[in-house]
Write a protein that binds this ligand. Structure first.
Ligand code: SF4
Length: 328
């Protein structure tokens, strides 16, 4: 069986946020953005990662490519442990791991021409501003569907979708193997979202890419993902093949997220009882005891308030963290 391209074990990221309480006299606090996460992504696969804002999915993406240092746990990339590598040792791996951001305008330097924006990663890795670099930039521009006259223009001269194409070209110019798409289409109109998702799929096929595709709603990841992981308050609560997640979700949180996705046609809308999630996501500064979803779960049981459910396989390839799975 093929080895995962990237995998994480017991991965955690806790941020010190200083004192909380009146006049800052409380105890120093930790924000548990990612807590004890394990997952792996196979070569050429797209793993969708979904959850509400603040659930830790962007932090997890940044941890995997070592833009953030983990508090605990391990990350392996192409079979090598990369968790403790310093800047110099990470340099070669960096070429192979890139990120596409949500806000293409904020991520692009408004004072740089498109050619320089796309070439910058090459230059950082030692390339010169010469004909060969220009050739690589031009090829990348073709791949992302932008005209060559774009080279001398500036980001403000482009639409949101075109700016995201520039961001994609910049992320892929080093020919990475693993790309974190962090809400890469979330800020775009629905029709433009579809074009960018199709482009990402074409590029994946042509360049042999592996994606972690982060989004806050399940409808966005549906088209592109092979498997989907659902995060809640720093934990992965369900992970399965896309077909299984959408047809037979098991975790109450996933079921509520699926119920919130509007069906494309009224005839496809469920007339059955829909699961709703009450209230807002609690603070990761002081997460609920036991199952972190227990304050909002319609199926909460006494054990849920005391004991955190482990992510366990309920059938081959389908992992769920919920006491309902073991109490049945
Ligand atoms: Fe709900 Fe309990 Fe399952 Fe958590 S463990 S999702 S509270 S039933």
């Amino acid at each position: 069986m093929t080895e995962p391209l990237i995998s994480a074990q017991n991965l955690a990221k806790h941020f010190d946020v200083g004192s909380v309480g009146f006049f800052g006299l409380g105890r120093p606090s930790k924000l548990r953005a990612v807590d004890d996460v394990a997952l792996s992504i196979m070569p050429g696969e797209t793993l969708g990662l979904v959850g509400e804002s603040g659930c830790g999915k962007s932090t997890l993406g940044r941890l995997l490519i070592r833009l953030l240092d983990p508090t605990a746990g391990s990350i392996r990339f192409q079979g090598q442990e990369i968790t403790g590598l310093g800047r110099a040792a990470m340099r070669e791996f960096r070429r192979s791991m890139q990120i596409i951001f949500q806000d293409p305008y904020g991520a692009l330097n408004p004072r740089m021409a498109v050619e320089d924006i796309i070439a910058e990663p090459l230059v950082i890795h030692g390339a010169k501003h010469d004909t060969e670099t220009r050739q690589q930039v031009t090829e990348m521009l073709d791949r992302v569907g932008l005209p060559r006259r774009a080279l001398d223009r500036f980001p403000h001269e482009f639409s949101g979708g075109q700016r995201q194409r520039i961001g994609i070209a910049r992320a892929l110019i080093l020919k990475p193997r693993f790309v974190v798409c962090d809400e890469a289409v979330s800020a775009l109109d629905v029709s433009v979202q579809a074009q960018i998702v199709n482009l990402l799929q074409d590029l994946q096929r042509d360049m042999g890419l592996t994606y972690l595709f982060i989004a806050h709603d399940l409808s966005v990841v549906r088209h592109i993902s092979d498997r989907v992981a659902v995060m809640y308050l720093g934990k992965v609560v369900e992970l399965a093949e896309k077909r299984v997640i959408y047809a037979a979700p098991q975790h109450p949180y996933t079921r509520a997220l699926i119920a919130a996705v509007p069906a494309p046609h009224p005839s496809q809308r469920s007339r059955g009882k829909r699961e709703h999630i009450a209230g807002d996501i609690p603070s990761a500064l002081n997460p609920p005891s036991g199952c972190r979803f227990h304050t909002r779960c319609p199926h909460v049981m006494p054990i849920c308030r005391e004991v955190a459910p482990a992510l366990a396989e309920t059938q081959p390839g389908h992992q769920v963290a919920c006491h309902l799975m073991t109490q049945a």
